[in-house]
Ligand binder design. Structure first.
Ligand SMILES: Cc1cc2nc3c(=O)[nH]c(=O)nc-3n(C[C@H](O)[C@H](O)[C@H](O)COP(=O)(O)OP(=O)(O)OC[C@H]3O[C@@H](n4cnc5c(N)ncnc54)[C@H](O)[C@@H]3O)c2cc1C
Length: 470
């Protein structure tokens, strides 16, 4: 009898799971396992969410007369012991791409190899594997470093059908205790919740995503971030759901634009994964060599005000408070907050990145590094100058009725809309009348945006000139 183990990592699902399907196809008996070492690098919200997903996965497998073994201690020792105990000759896993996930995969592979057990690697969480895109580039051994040509290739490759459902079909007599998720969780965990979220999004919000998705107050994005991060639904299943709607003859041109905008976002996630898989230094160092020696600030006071959402710029503060409260930030507001961190405050992009990694339920090292480097103007973005966003203009454009800023900064609810977006512009008499800017109330801007932006650009230009850049 051939026996194998499927090691669940960032693929906490049964459907469209190539590794699980391969394990089922090549062995008569398949055990499921999750190693708690995979929870260690995560933030508290992520650990709680993952614990909820694992609990659901175990309960689903239980109903199928199978089990999910939860492995304590180091994954390498725990998986080799489990394999020996159950007589498994192979372990199957969805491949990792970079960082600690890749390091652990290699460590487990070596430990299993030492006792003659193979670790079989299967497709990972990207829609298209980094190598599939890179091999289409002339001299592509190092992959793409800018998004547009990457995206052209990404779009041109088809996504095949879902893999037939694989299954664990064996019960481990010692499955180990589950990590207990706190209740209730902010995002409902598990494969069913992910599938329902995708179905709802594809049926309704997707059609207007390109327009409504840009406005933080409208709750019009897919809400799939955490599910994609933990693989409760595969990125290829999401792609197919969108492509299926796009292929319908009655889909309107405007709706197609929304679907294309959504593909672009999925491709961006793949792009940052691609970058990290070809360049292992990006967590610590800027992609652009000449920006590695740029003098970023580490000012604790400014960092603290930014983290707490007390910069005096409502759109930035709302974003940071949303991140702290919900572990998620709307993309548009997140970009404004990150730009403010790097340019208005001149803070090191790694400090901002770390804050995101500590708080976001979607946090993914490659995606977070990629976004922060891009926003800070040190990464894959090829623009000649950093894109410094004016927080007031962003607010007026993307939150014209001040719904978003009032939602997260309740101090602003008593201000008229115009002032809620830029409270420092209130007449002095109004400030007194409304009791605004008292020490316990909403803060005055900690920097003047125009001055800070000019000062930053001057330093940026001087640095690039000295470092030999344009
Ligand atoms: C500074 C900063 C850091 C970020 N860090 C992360 C991160 O660590 N992990 C993460 O999943 N997203 C990150 N994002 C992207 C984005 O904020 C979230 O993916 C998005 O808000 C998730 O909500 P949603 O699924 O409703 O978004 P939707 O707009 O519905 O997007 C759908 C999916 O596309 C992908 N996606 C969308 N935008 C991006 C993007 N800019 N970069 C990479 N993938 C994207 C995600 O998988 C997302 O779930 C970051 C954005 C910023 C500005």
């Amino acid at each position: 009898m051939t026996v194998s183990i499927h090691w669940f990592r960032r693929d906490l699902r049964l459907r469209d799971n190539p590794s699980l399907t391969a394990a089922s196809g090549s062995s008569e008996r398949v055990y499921g396992a999750y190693a708690l070492e995979d929870l260690e690098p995560l933030n508290d919200r992520q650990r709680a969410f993952a614990a909820g997903c694992i609990k659901q996965l175990r309960s689903t497998l239980d109903k199928r007369d199978a089990s999910l073994t939860v492995l304590d201690g180091g994954a390498a020792d725990a998986l080799t012991s489990m394999a020996k105990r159950l007589g498994a000759s192979a372990v199957h896993v969805a491949r990792a791409y970079s960082g600690r996930e890749l390091a652990l995969q290699q460590k487990v592979g070596e430990a299993l190899g030492a006792i003659g057990i193979a670790l079989h690697l299967h497709r990972g969480h990207a829609v298209h594997e980094p190598e599939t895109i890179a091999e289409r580039k002339a001299g592509g051994a190092t992959g793409y470093r800018v998004f547009p040509p990457f995206y052209d290739i990404w779009k041109s490759i088809g996504v095949d059908f879902a893999t037939p459902e694989g299954a664990c079909n064996a019960r481990d007599p010692s499955p180990g205790p589950l990590p207990e998720p706190p209740s209730p969780l902010a995002v409902p965990p598990g494969e069913e919740a992910a599938t329902n979220q995708l179905t709802r999004f594809a049926a309704a919000r997707l059609a207007d995503y390109a327009v409504n998705g840009e406005y933080p107050a409208r709750n019009a994005t897919s809400g799939l971030g955490a599910y994609l991060r933990f693989g409760c639904v595969s990125s290829r299943t999401v792609y197919r759901a969108v492509a299926e709607r796009m292929s319908r003859s009655w889909t309107l041109a405007q709706e197609r634009m929304s679907m294309e905008a959504y593909f672009r976002r999925l491709a961006l996630a793949d792009f940052f994964t691609h970058l990290a898989s070809f360049d292992r230094t990006l967590h610590d160092e800027a992609l652009q060599e000449k920006m590695r020696s740029f003098g970023w600030s580490t000012d604790a006071g400014k960092l603290g005000a930014w983290l707490e959402g007390r910069t005096g710029y409502p759109f930035v503060d709302a974003a940071m408070r949303q991140l702290r409260k919900e572990g998620h930030v709307h993309q548009r507001a997140g970009i404004a907050a990150a730009s403010f961190c790097c340019f208005d405050l001149g803070l090191d992009w790694r400090l901002g990145r770390d804050a995101w990694m500590r708080a976001s339920i979607e946090a993914d090292e490659a995606l977070c590094d990629g976004n922060w480097q891009w926003i800070a103007g040190v990464g894959s973005d090829q623009a000649a100058y950093p894109r410094i966003y004016n927080p007031e203009k962003q607010a007026r454009h993307f939150d014209a009725q001040a719904v978003y800023v009032r939602r997260y900064c309740p101090e602003l609810t008593r201000l008229p809309t115009r002032a809620a977006l830029a409270p420092w512009q209130l007449e002095r008499t109004q400030q007194v009348e409304l009791g605004f800017f008292s020490p316990d109330d909403y803060p005055r801007p900690i920097v003047d945006h125009d001055e800070a932006a000019h000062e930053f650009l001057a330093r940026y230009e001087a640095h690039r000139a000295k470092a030999g850049g344009s």
